[in-house]
Design a protein around this ligand. Structure first.
Ligand code: ADP
Length: 624
């Protein structure tokens, strides 16, 4: 079992909850308002009924004035109808405002993810944090979701308490007549204080016991998270289409089954939470319920004794029992909600740990010069780079200048730093040492969004959306149809396009449309190339552009590369050297550094160079 956590101090817990509420007030003020107004309405409405029915019962038990009785009944019915109407209207408003609450939460996290420095997004810690938040939310809504509920409950408890108190005060003030003999003890202040103390004690103990039970979730947050994670993984394995072949091939369903049936896992019948439920959690929970019943008993005894002794009429008995129960409900609601907010604090802390990840990347404001001749000069000046959290240099002392409008090939073995070089060029990361210059100015000084517009990159692990083909190519919903067609044609996708019944309107994959088309790895890559062409940026970068293509498709793409690229500056990353022969300039990476640079003919002539070695290694497959 993992180490148990401590609960947060009260002030810290409340600070975290308030921060959560403020976040929603700022983003979704109507939603928060609809929740609070509904709660106020729901909390106050019952008192109208309690008060009016007491008047009716008193009238029946007392003067029995028919006219007044009729009046009271009419008013009661009218109020009930108005309250029901108000509740329905408010309920609808609340429902509309709160529709898609899950999506609203996702929106908060997505916005953070979209705006985060790529370097942070790429960190394992960030992924861990996000996954923890999700797992916590899946288990009992811990985090933002629960916080919203807590404030509602808090508001409801306070109102219930105030309403209850206002109707209960007279219970303690109304006196038993002196003629009642021994019952006059009920009038004695010490007795009254004693009764109030007993009731308050029970009222306090019941939710305190319940909070104690719930606190086991917060105290075992790590086990809970791990259990939820495993549950999520094994429980959903069958739903994942992309692993369906592996699952069948290796019968991985047996592994799932073993986990799902394992009684010892976190939520299994012999697991941690089962033990806690059977043990302390269950005990505290049961004791809390028992205490609530004891309270009702004490309330009834006290109220009935006073009525029996003649302190008030029959009608008041129902009012007092109902309102005293409300007071107790209010107090216990208050205590349990405050306790719940404290229990939730450590989960909220995780949420804010994620939302508070700072953007450390320097954001310059310089405008990128828009050049119709696309003459952009890029220079790497003594650039070294270590990935965050890594001690090793992925790139070391890279110096390079590239000429505009040329085709540059970047070659080298796996792990030699080719992709890292591109990521630095596109400012997904900033160099650890040295600088990268665009037209003589450090790229950090440019406006980031404008700088990004200079590059079209087809990354090796690019992803397409299960949306329309046109939307994928244009990367927007209102894409330019002709430009999409032209880009697809240049990328060599025309033939496949003629098979697609709805043309560029055809959905890729079948996630959102049963007539969607599944594309092969090679076809997907062509679409990704078309997307890069559509963007029409001055630099086009293809990271292993042909890795997923068959040899015929590869030859076809390469024979047309010049046409595809046009007057852009093109950078190809490849470890198939034969594909790069046509490039004006080839840069050879090895262990994070540039070891050679030049045209194919001169590089291959240097028999001591890395390029010659790589060339020979690959050539043997073709020359035998
Ligand atoms: P190539 O593209 O030439 O195959 P990369 O640029 O991907 O090589 O990788 C260069 C080095 O950086 C390798 O040692 C690799 O393990 C390391 N590396 C790549 N990505 C990361 C990352 N996100 N975090 C830490 N190290 C990384």
């Amino acid at each position: 079992m993992e180490k148990r956590k401590k609960l947060k101090p009260w002030n810290e817990a409340m600070r975290l909850n308030h921060r959560g509420l403020k976040l929603f007030c700022k983003r979704y003020p109507q939603m928060v308002l609809s929740r609070f107004i509904s709660v106020i309405w729901t909390a106050l409405a019952p008192y109208v009924g309690i008060y009016l029915s007491a008047l009716i019962i008193d009238e029946i038990a007392g003067k029995r004035d028919m006219e007044r009785l009729q009046f009271l009944v009419t008013i009661t019915l009218l109020c009930a109808a108005l309250i029901a109407l108000g509740s329905a209207l408010l309920g609808k408003w609340r429902e509309t405002q709160n529709a898609g609450l899950g999506l609203k939460m996702l929106g908060i996290y997505s916005e953070k993810l979209f705006g985060m420095d790529y370097a942070d997004l790429d960190k394992t810690e960030t992924a861990e944090l996000l996954s923890t938040i999700r797992q916590n939310q899946n288990g009992n809504g811990w985090g933002l979701y629960r916080m919203l509920g807590s404030y509602e409950a808090l508001c409801s408890a306070v109102l219930t308490l105030l309403g209850g108190i206002s109707l209960t005060v007279s219970l303690f003030l109304s006196r038993v007549p002196e003629s009642a003999g021994a019952y006059t003890v009920l009038n004695h202040p010490i007795f009254v204080v004693l009764v109030i103390a007993v009731m308050l004690a029970i009222t306090y103990i019941a939710p305190a016991l319940s909070n104690k039970a719930v606190s086991y979730w917060a105290l075992n947050v790590d086990s809970h998270r791990l259990g939820n994670r495993m549950f999520g993984f094994f429980g959903r394995l069958g739903y994942q289409r992309e692993i369906a072949t592996d699952v069948r091939m290796y019968r991985q369903d047996r592994m799932c089954e073993k986990y799902n049936r394992d009684k010892n896992n976190t939520f299994g019948s012999n697991g941690l939470f089962a033990h806690l439920s059977l043990g302390p959690m269950g005990f505290y929970s049961a004791a809390s319920s028992a205490m609530s019943v004891v309270f009702t008993g004490v309330a009834y005894v006290f109220v009935c004794l006073k009525a029996w002794a003649g302190a008030f009429g029959l009608g008041a008995v129902t009012q007092y029992v109902a309102s005293i129960t409300k007071v107790s409900g209010g107090v216990s609601g208050l205590i349990s909600t405050l306790g719940d907010m404290r229990n939730n604090a450590s989960f909220l802390e995780t949420v804010f740990q994620f939302l508070d990840i700072p953007n450390n990347m320097y954001q310059g404001s310089l405008t990128v010069e828009k050049r119709s001749d696309r003459k952009y000069q890029v220079e790497f000046r003594n650039v070294s780079f270590k990935y965050p959290g890594s001690d090793n240099y992925a790139l070391r002392n890279v110096n390079m200048n590239f000429e505009i409008g040329k085709r540059l090939a970047v070659v080298g073995m796996n792990g030699s730093g080719k992709t890292t070089f591109i990521k630095l060029l596109c400012r997904l990361y900033d160099p650890t040492e040295g600088e990268i210059l665009l037209n003589g100015i450090d790229i950090r000084k440019y406006n980031y969004a404008e700088y990004m517009m200079l590059f079209s990159v087809v990354f090796q692990d690019f992803k397409l959306f299960a949306l329309k083909l046109g939307e994928n190519v244009g990367a927007r919903a209102d894409y330019d149809n002709d430009l999409v067609l032209e880009s697809l044609k240049k990328a060599g996708f025309s033939e496949k396009l003629t098979d697609m019944q709805s043309g560029v309107e055809t959905y890729l994959y079948k996630d959102y449309d049963k007539d969607g088309v599944n594309v092969s790895g090679g076809e997907a890559q062509k679409i990704a190339i078309a997307r890069a062409l559509y963007k029409n940026a001055p630099f086009i970068i293809l990271d292993e552009p042909t890795a997923a293509l068959d040899p015929v498709a590869e030859a076809e793409i390469y024979s047309r590369l010049n046409d595809i690229v046009g007057d852009r500056t093109a950078i190809y990353i490849s470890h198939r050297l034969s594909s790069c022969k046509f490039c004006d300039e080839i840069v050879v990476f090895h262990e994070g550094g540039v070891v050679q640079q030049g045209a194919h003919a001169s590089l291959v002539a240097d028999e001591n160079g890395k390029y010659f070695e790589l060339w020979q290694a690959q050539a043997q497959y073709y020359t035998e």
